[in-house]
Design a protein around this ligand. Sequence first.
Ligand code: NAP
Length: 240
Amino acid sequence: MTTFSSAPVLITGGARRIGLALARSFLARSIPVILSYRTPYTELDALRQAGAICLAADFSTTENIYAFAEQIRSLTPRLRAMIHNASRWEPETPTTPPEQTLADMLQIHVYTPYLLNQLLEPCLRGQGIAGADIIHLTDYVVEKGSEKHIAYAASKAALDNMTRSFARKLAPEVKVNAIAPGLILFKEQDDDAYRQQALEKSLMKIAPGEEEIVRLVEYLLSSRYMTGKTLGVDGGRALR
Ligand SMILES: NC(=O)c1ccc[n+]([C@@H]2O[C@H](COP(=O)([O-])OP(=O)(O)OC[C@H]3O[C@@H](n4cnc5c(N)ncnc54)[C@H](OP(=O)(O)O)[C@@H]3O)[C@@H](O)[C@H]2O)c1
């Protein structure tokens, strides 16, 4: 067992973009962090120096998910929170068999959080009423579907639904909520035309950046009452 100053927060896919921003914000507030990464980004050095425990994990098989849960249990008896951030945004393409796209999307957005929630339940319980949190990162497309990312949208919709099931199962010890972002930040390779088109989709017409999710996660962890909710952070997209 590792000695932590308090129960750590577990973030999947915590070595880049939103997951990285979350890890940094917890570390800056002296909240211990365990994160998973798949690609060994250079940011991992600084995260480790700041005290994060960074575990290589590829959730593409059930065995790997079980092994990861076992690793967490061997590190700590308690988790303050588990943030399901790891994700892939795969479109349907003519070159990938559709069953492969569907399997990949279900694996990372459904199997992984479903199994980790079940396997790590003992680490989340036992900390009093509202003593721990699960947060599912879903997507605005859960509401509307997506003609280019059908399997992605369906898998995030399943994750959104699990928010309510796990909230019911784990209350009142563990609160379970979902954050459904619209556009938060662009990828480096997004060209100007794509960026303009994406910005036009919301009322707010900005890509607000990771801080928007960081603040919402802070709020969710501070709440003693909010559970089973999906919080949209989408610049008012449905009203366009
Ligand atoms: N960014 C946005 O504007 C936006 C909009 C809507 C929803 N969201 C949601 O918000 C969350 C964070 O978004 P983001 O843009 O920061 O995500 P991201 O950059 O795509 O990062 C996701 C992380 O998950 C990891 N991952 C993917 N498949 C994995 C696997 N099989 N095993 C282990 N790790 C795996 C990736 O590892 P690799 O680095 O090795 O690929 C990556 O580090 C996601 O759940 C996303 O769906 C984001």
